[in-house]
Design a protein around this ligand. Structure first.
Ligand SMILES: O=C(O)CCC(=O)C(=O)O
Ligand SMILES: [Fe+2]
Length: 384
């Protein structure tokens, strides 16, 4: 017998912004009235039957945070790193972009998925968030060592002059997807064990935060469960004529249109959102045009997810998938292809070209700073 988990409030109540179907933001008190997305499946894991490993004394997530992840498929780790740490990663973002923070006429792209130049160790940047990641994935042994090396591939959302002051309803956004444009997807794919969104700027409602759709997790899970032969990164079937072609996000966009509950990723610089890998999401429109910077490091696992464990030691991520499928165990479920194939997305080529341009701008600014410094020291010498 396991002790029931204490689900009473153990820290400040959590408030989240929910965009309703008319595109208006409502702020709700999660504990009070946010309809649990996976509530209909929660009978499998009632609070009194949470498996013992969730309550390990080494747990970094509070019972409340674990319950939130199990119910909604996401959890926010507040204040996981400082503003100074964020600044050390984003300090040259405007040079890299070739834009000015103070002159919106230079903001010529709505959103930029930047290439990367540097990596940093997440276990040092945000130890609690990193420990939470390991816990959600079932422990250090299950996560690939290199997954902790995050990169400065910043994702900047600047909005557009036309969209200023006009928030777009979530169903009308058209970039819905799950991450992982570089592999054939299976229910148990190890390449994307968790979706992570660290916030490098404060993000207020309508300020360009990623829109997420927890309600879609069961739909994604069912599609993947039904297709053990694998689907392409846009959920296309092997029999589709445009299998592996990156031509549209129709499957995802239609899925979002069939949903009614959405959550906007808002918060303070240093917050880290941890989301189930099947979390449908999209960039939002940033109608406030406040600069929004995040990144999205994939957490890759050593082995595929296992939904058929003799010892029942399912990770919290695996439990969410099982709940979404209304199953306790997937006995005998296996992928039906001999190998897991990779896909080379167009993004790679585009980002390599962007990287070269960024390097040129960084080099130019370095030269300019050096010559200004040299001119300054001549002035000092002349005055001495
Ligand atoms: O910009 C955003 O808010 C989301 C970006 C995203 O989901 C992606 O690049 O995969
Ligand atoms: Fe994404």
């Amino acid at each position: 017998m396991h002790e029931p988990v204490d689900l009473s409030l153990d820290h400040e109540p959590i408030f989240i912004g929910i965009i309703n179907i008319k595109g208006h933001l409502e702020t709700r008190h999660v504990q009070d009235d946010f309809k649990p997305t996976l509530a209909s499946a929660t009978h499998i894991y009632s609070s009194a039957s949470v498996p013992h490993f969730i309550m390990s004394p080494n747990s970094v997530l509070t019972p409340k945070e674990k319950e939130h992840f199990l119910t909604h498929g996401w959890v926010k780790i507040p204040g996981a790193f400082t503003k100074e740490q964020a600044d050390s990663i984003t300090h040259n973002v405007w040079t890299r972009l070739g834009m000015s923070p103070d002159d919106k006429s230079t903001w010529t792209s709505q959103r930029i998925n930047m290439p990367s130049h540097k990596s940093f160790d997440a276990s040092e940047l945000c130890p609690r968030a990193w420990a939470a990641i390991l816990e959600l994935c079932g422990g250090e042994d299950r996560v690939h060592d290199e997954a902790k090396m995050w990169r400065d591939s910043l994702i900047v959302n600047l909005g557009t002059p036309e969209g200023e002051g006009k928030p777009v309803a979530p169903q009308d956004l058209d970039g819905w997807h799950v991450d992982g444009d570089f592999f054939i997807h299976y229910l148990d794919s190890p390449e994307q064990g968790l979706l992570v969104i660290p916030l490098f700027t404060d993000i207020v409602p309508h300020g360009g935060g990623t829109m997420i759709c927890p309600e879609a997790i069961p739909k994604l899970a069912k599609h993947l469960y039904d297709h053990p032969e694998g689907v392409d990164p846009r959920m296309g079937l092997r029999t589709d004529p445009d299998f592996k072609q990156e031509n549209n996000l129709d499957w995802f966009n239609n899925c979002a249109k069939s949903c009614t509950e959405f959550v906007e990723v808002t918060g303070n610089v240093g917050d880290v959102y941890l989301l189930h890998p099947l979390m449908l999401h999209t960039a939002s429109d940033n109608s406030l045009r406040k600069v929004r910077i995040i990144t999205n490091p994939p957490i890759f696992l050593k082995e595929p997810f296992n939904f058929d464990r003799e010892d029942g030691k399912y990770s919290l991520v695996e439990q969410v998938t099982l709940k979404a499928l209304y199953k306790e165990r997937l006995e005998g479920w296996k992928i039906t292809t001999p190998t897991r194939e990779q896909v080379v997305p167009m993004r790679i080529k585009i980002q390599e070209e962007m990287r070269q341009k960024e390097l040129e701008r960084l080099e130019a600014i370095k030269k300019q700073e050096e010559s200004e410094k040299a001119a300054g020291s001549q002035v000092v010498t002349a005055a001495a």
